[in-house]
Write a protein that binds this ligand. Structure first.
Ligand code: ZN
Length: 476
């Protein structure tokens, strides 16, 4: 190669680099210094570390005495504190009233104040156009304060008109995944799956009643929206039946399940586990080694029990003051979704919770990937955005997860699933190149997940919110 040519090329490269830098906004640099690092790449706390952040990303991590800080670095002193990755709520629902005065505080801020820096919407409620995508963009561009959003489009609920067209449209609108619901027919589900496979779009949803677990496995559905979806594998109902109306469908399945659980109302949970042993282990074995994750959403059961059996203490929960007034009124009148659904069948709710916990434990033992998720924002409400993630973590620990394993469901596992779903592999651990989605806490979260509550501060996409700011949003 002639020397002149090389010289010109180098010169041009330098010019391009300089021009580019001149046009781009200088990216803010900040650093957490002298922190106890909880990197979540493995179960460890590494003392006296510094984490350097430029713009939205972590650029360096290392011993505090080895990381050089640029002059204009915004230093966040972290001595004595613990820095961990931000948490993801992997199954929630955006609602169309979230930015209205129906909510005393923006649920987006409730998430951040609780350390939730990523949310994945399993079907926006009230608005099914580009609403969720616009919110995602507003947050990404800094016009709205909130966590990073992943979302599906309109839920594929019942009676689909041209399923393949719906999947194609949602894919090209920019949604991250497709969500099939319980009421799809065999044929509809097949068309959804074959179109999704062709377009390479991720599918996460309910197990349609007509399809069942075997059916979703053979069609290759990527993910199951709740552990509780597996309950329908434990009871026997006629999958070939078809109902025109979603409520009739649900009523049929719930009534049939209640009838089959009835003997255990008197004999108790142990008897139930023994008598269902064959089905329980067969169901879990089908998922072993398949790489199909499930969202935990056990807080739904926990809140259901509170609503049915301890309505006064449910209403007295401090975080419930952030729920909209219309919901509290509906609850007081006994007319909210779960109160209606379990009317006359209240006694079955604890049995359902027991079964969900048994499934949780067995899925974990079988090495199935579990994703931290609350289902907040869904039709039942009563699950408060942000706060509920701590309840979910607590439930996992009560059921045999170490704090590290529980936190991994909302960091490491969540990031692996988002990677598969979107191709982006940029959060869930504290490493150079990952997003600066971080939580600073006073005490070691690997000793007790409750230490993540009321953090010293939260960083989302490189933006730092200190405790004073978080306390302006929510009063602990
Ligand atoms: Zn949901």
């Amino acid at each position: 190669m002639p020397p002149l040519w090389i010289a010109v090329t180098i010169f041009l490269c330098l010019c391009t680099a300089t021009d580019h830098q001149a046009n781009a906004e200088p990216e803010a640099v900040s650093a957490f210094t002298h922190v106890n690092l909880v990197p979540m790449t493995r179960e460890a706390v590494i003392p006296d570390q510094t984490v350097l952040i430029q713009g939205k990303n972590i650029v360096a991590v290392g011993p505090a005495n080895q990381i050089r800080l640029p002059d204009d670095t915004n230093v966040i002193p972290g001595a004595g504190a613990y820095l961990m990755p931000g948490i993801a709520d992997m199954h929630m629902h955006l609602r169309d009233d979230w930015l209205t005065d129906k909510w005393k505080q923006s649920p987006f801020k409730l998430f951040l104040a609780n350390g939730v820096t990523t949310i994945r919407c399993f079907g926006p409620i009230g608005r099914t156009d580009r609403y969720a995508l616009n919110l995602r963009e507003d947050i990404d561009q800094g016009r709205l304060t909130g966590p990073r959003i992943f979302t599906c489009g309109k839920i594929l609920y019942i009676h689909l008109n041209h399923p393949e067209h719906i999947v194609i449209q949602q894919k090209y609108q920019g949604f991250d995944f497709i969500k099939p619901y319980s009421y799809l027919s065999l044929e509809e589900f097949h068309q959804v799956m074959s179109t999704a496979k062709r377009l390479k779009i991720y599918v996460a949803g309910h197990i349609p009643f007509q399809v069942g677990l075997d059916g979703i496995l053979s069609e290759g559905m990527d993910e199951i929206a709740h552990i509780e979806e597996l309950l329908w594998e434990l009871v026997a109902f006629d999958r070939s039946r078809y109902f025109e109306n979603a409520n009739e469908w649900m009523q049929y399945v719930v009534q049939t399940s209640f009838q089959q659980l009835e003997p255990f109302l008197a004999s108790g949970a142990d008897d139930m586990e023994q008598r269902l042993e064959e089905r329980l282990s067969a169901t879990v074995e089908k998922l072993r080694g398949r790489g199909i994750p499930l969202c935990t959403t056990l807080v739904v059961d926990d809140v259901l029990i509170q609503k049915l059996f301890a309505p006064k203490s449910f209403l007295a929960k401090p975080e419930n003051r952030y729920l909209p007034g219309w919901y509290i009124d509906l609850f007081r009148e006994g007319k909210e979704k779960h109160q209606q659904q379990f009317k006359g069948g209240e006694a079955y709710a604890p049995l359902k919770y027991t079964l969900d916990k048994i499934l949780l434990t067995r899925l974990k033992q079988a090495g199935v990937t579990l994703l931290l998720a609350t289902d907040c924002g869904s039709g039942g409400l009563g699950i408060v955005p942000g706060f509920s993630i701590h309840d979910e973590l607590g439930i996992l620990v009560e059921n045999g997860f170490s704090p590290y394993e529980a936190i991994a469901c909302g960091t490491l596992n969540a990031a692996a699933v988002v990677h598969k779903m979107s191709g982006q592999n940029d959060f869930g651990t504290i490493e150079p190149g990952k997003r600066a989605d971080l939580i600073l806490v006073r005490k070691n979260p690997l000793e007790n997940v409750a230490h993540i509550r009321d953090p010293l501060g939260v960083m989302a996409a490189g933006r730092w919110y200190n405790q004073d700011e978080l306390h302006e949003w929510i009063d602990f």
